[in-house]
Every structure is written in structure tokens, then in C-alpha cells.
Design a protein around this ligand. Sequence first.
Ligand code: ATP
Length: 219
Amino acid sequence: MKKNFAIIGLGRFGGSICRTLIEAGQDVLVIDSSEDRVNEFMNIATHAVVANAQDESVLRSLGIRNFDHVVVAIGEDIQASILATLMIKEMGVPFVTAKAQNEYHGQVLEKVGADHVVHPERDMGIRIGHHLVSKNVVDYLELSDKYSLVELKVTNSKFYNKSLADLDFRAKFGLTVIGMRRGQEMIISPTADEKIQENDTLMLVGAVDDLDRLEAKMP
Ligand code: ATP
């Protein structure tokens, strides 16, 4: 279903969200106080406007309240990001995603009503950190404080040629295999008789401690 999106701030974060939404066929209004940034997106976004998002009358005249989803992607100017988020929520926008620079900024954004606060640098740091600690962790995504999703390369020969039923990750580790990657092939929701081959990558969901126990078994 087509939705109306507005993005405030066209840095690398806001800019890449804009490109992705446009590629997905959505309507996107972009707003930035920098004329250069707006010019760059003139032929990409549905509408591109030079404006200061701290100015309530400007947000009203752009009809921000009629948008389904607004992304506040202002980075360094924390005050502008908080004020814009507050005003946009007060205008009645149903869903606001806001980018936080740090934990305190994130907490304030939640307090002023942001529906989803994202910490792109922190989260990317966590993902890369896990990959650096264990080279078999291809990707790592925190789902909550306790649960994560991990892409783990199987490098322990004890697992090779055994089916998921034989290995029974759920009983032995408390983990659920939601997918497997074999070279270019992607197997979503593998069946219990799927046998693991050398260098397969498993996509697993579970508690962080349980994921750590399985990671430790991959040399
Ligand atoms: P990124 O990491 O996404 O590249 P950043 O965290 O470095 O970005 P900034 O470059 O500080 O963030 O801000 C992103 C964009 O937001 C910039 O293009 C900036 O011009 C714009 N911006 C900052 N303040 C405002 C404002 N009050 N109104 C509209 N746009 C703003």
C-alpha cells in the first residue's frame, strides 16, 4: 500500500532512506535547511523543500500533519531534532521515526513522543563488533535486550551432513533456525530434514547467552 512519507534531514541516513522509499514506489517529501542537499534530491524525491524544521509555521504550511510517517534524520543539531519531533507529534502525525546521536538524545526523543528511535551508528558498531570478535558471525541484529538474530557460519565438522532434526538446536541450545544460506542460495524456513553442509550459514534467533554457546562451538 502506498504511504506518504516525509524525511527531515538529508544526510547519509535520511538520504539513503529517501532513495530506498522511492525505489519501493512510495511518495516522499524531503526537507532540509541546506539548499545544496535539497538540490541534490530535487530529481529523486517526489517533492524537495528548503526549510528549517524548527519553524512550526513552515511545518504547518507543508501540511506535515497529513503524512503517515515522518522520519526525523537530523544529526548533529540535537535541539532541532528534538523540537521537530515534538512539534510533528503534536500536529498528530501517527508515526515518527527519529535518529538519535546518543543514548540521552534517544531517551528525550522517546519522551517527546517519537514512536521509533533508531541509533544507526551504535547498532552498526554492535553488528561489526560481533563480526570482529567471531569471524563466523556474518551478521548480528539485536531484537531486544535479551534476544538477537545471528547469521553464523558453520565451521565445526561435527555439524556437517546432519539434519536440523538430528542437531535439534531448539532442544540443545534453545535456538530457532529461521533460514540458511548456501553460497548464493537462500533457504527460508528450512525443513527438519535439511542437512547442513560445510560453510553453510545459519540464521538463528534466540537468547544472547544461547547464541554465545553455539558461537563458541565454531572454531
Ligand atoms: P548522517 O550521519 O545522516 O550523514 P549527520 O548525523 O551528520 O548525518 P547532519 O549532517 O548534522 O547529521 O544533519 C543531517 C541533515 O539535516 C543535514 O543535511 C542538515 O542540513 C539537516 N538539518 C539540520 N538541521 C536542520 C533543520 N533545523 N531543519 C532542516 N534540516 C536540518
